[in-house]
Design a protein around this ligand. Structure first.
Ligand code: MLT
Length: 234
């Protein structure tokens, strides 16, 4: 069991946490880490998170067989193969393919956590698999929420709270306690939470409301993607 659990509500707060030697779970329920989880479960060989579309084009140009995915404003970037809807990342599309991904908040959080000992990628899709691994962690655990444009997001914090709840009996920061309470408030209606939260309303407003149902699915896959040397693998 982890010695302690902290929750960092936005990547803007990460510089105040020393991640050295710690295990970090990065989450962006809507939608980057849900997309990454589903793509890796469907056989993508590696996903490289990058900060900008320019970086994505540059990196993919050097790597044959690579798809470019991600979003700005929630929509696919011109010239990309895929957007950031997890439903696009089917086995037929991503199996045996490398992917370069850039999203507004999620890939930024992944980049910001590279100093950690271990970086795992979490979503409701792989909640059980994540907490099974976290139960084996002996050091300090940080749950890093991607938020939205530096701000707080209900859905990411609720996911963090779901992890906290399962890992009962561990020393919790106030942020971790708060995340747990938030999850308990929404646990019986995760889809309702995603439909009501700020970013969920944005995703629905651009015609991608079906993504909310997709991202609310619990334990769809049993893999735990991890960031190693700048690439996400399983
Ligand atoms: C992000 O990284 O900001 C999100 O995944 C945005 C989205 O595509 O919904």
């Amino acid at each position: 069991m982890p010695a302690s659990i902290d929750v960092v509500f936005t990547p803007d707060l990460l510089p105040f946490s020393d991640l050295t030697g710690k295990t970090v779970v990065v989450t962006d329920i809507l939608r980057a880490t849900t997309t990454i989880t589903f793509a890796m479960a469907n056989g993508a060989t590696a996903i490289t998170p990058v900060l900008t579309p320019e970086d994505a084009f540059r990196l993919a140009a050097d790597q044959p067989n690579t798809l470019i995915g991600g979003e700005r404003g929630g929509m696919k970037v011109d010239g990309f193969d895929l957007g950031n809807s997890p439903r696009e990342y089917t086995q037929a599309v991503v199996s045996d393919r490398k992917i370069v991904l850039t999203t507004t908040n999620g890939t930024r959080t992944l980049q910001a956590c590279r100093a950690a000992d271990r970086v795992l990628v979490g979503s409701f899709l792989n909640l059980r698999a994540i907490v099974d691994q976290l139960a084996q962690v002996e050091g300090e655990l940080v749950l890093a929420c991607s938020g939205r444009d530096g701000g707080f997001c209900t859905e990411d914090t609720a996911f963090a709270g779901a992890c906290v709840e399962v890992l009962a009996g561990t020393q919790l920061t106030d942020a971790a306690e708060t995340a747990k309470i938030l999850y308990q408030t929404h646990r019986d209606d995760l889809l309702g939470m995603l439909r009501n939260c700020y970013h969920g309303r944005h995703v629905a407003s651009i015609g991608l409301g079906e993504d909310l149902e997709f991202c609310a699915q619990m334990d769809l896959v049993d893999i735990v993607p991890r960031l190693v040397g700048g690439r996400i693998i399983t």
